[in-house]
Design a protein around this ligand. Structure first.
Ligand code: FEO
Length: 170
C-alpha cells in the first residue's frame, strides 16, 4: 500500500503520460500533413513509448494494492510552424516531464516510500534519453536551416527508428 498522497501523484503522472502520447500523436498527424514520413514514424514511436510509461505506472499502482483512477486528458495542440517548431516543443515537453518525475522522486523520499523511489528510478534514467533524443534532432534541424535535401536525409534516418518494449531494453 502506498500513501494517499503518493497514489494521487502517481495517478496524475498516468494522466500526464497519456497526455504525452496524445500530444505526440497530434504531432505525428501534423508531420504526416507535411509528407515527412520519417519524422511521423519517430513521433509514432514516441507515442508508443508514452503508452508504455502510462501502463508501467498503472501496473505499479495496482501492484501496491492501490487504486488507479483515470481522469480527463487535455486536448493537445494541433498546429506547429515547422518540423523544428515540433521538435523544440517535444524537447520542452520532455524537460517538463523530467521535472515532474523529479517531483515524484522527491515525494517518495519525503514519504520514506523506498519501493516507489526505486520504481521511479527507471523513469529518471528514461528521461535522460527522452531529452537527449529530442535535443539531437533539434540541433540537426538548426544546423541544416532551410536545406530541403538535408531535411530529406534526416527524415530518412528518423524513418529507421523502431519501437523497443521496455522489457527488451538493455
Ligand atoms: Fe513519458 Fe516522454 O516521457
Amino acid at each position: 500500500m502506498i500513501s494517499q498522497k503518493m497514489q494521487d501523484a502517481l495517478n496524475n503522472q498516468i494522466n500526464a503520460e497519456l497526455y504525452s502520447a496524445y500530444l505526440y500523436l497530434s504531432m505525428e498527424a501534423y508531420l504526416k500533413s507535411l509528407n515527412l514520413a520519417g519524422f511521423a514514424n519517430w513521433m509514432r514511436i514516441q507515442t508508443q513509448e508514452e503508452l508504455t510509461h502510462a501502463t508501467k505506472l498503472y501496473d505499479f499502482v495496482n501492484e501496491r494494492d492501490s487504486r488507479v483512477t483515470l481522469t480527463q486528458i487535455q486536448g493537445p495542440p494541433t498546429e506547429w510552424k515547422s518540423p523544428l517548431d515540433v521538435l523544440e516543443a517535444t524537447y520542452k515537453h520532455e524537460q517538463m516531464v523530467t521535472s515532474r518525475i523529479n517531483d515524484l522522486v522527491n515525494l517518495a523520499i519525503e514519504e520514506k516510500d523506498h519501493a516507489s523511489n526505486t520504481f521511479l528510478q527507471w523513469f529518471v534514467n528514461e528521461q535522460v534519453e527522452e531529452e537527449s533524443s529530442a535535443l539531437d534532432i533539434v540541433q540537426k534541424l538548426k544546423l541544416i536551416k532551410d536545406d530541403a535535401s538535408a531535411l530529406f536525409l534526416i527524415d530518412r534516418e528518423l524513418g529507421l527508428r523502431v519501437f523497443t518494449p521496455p522489457a527488451e531494453e538493455k
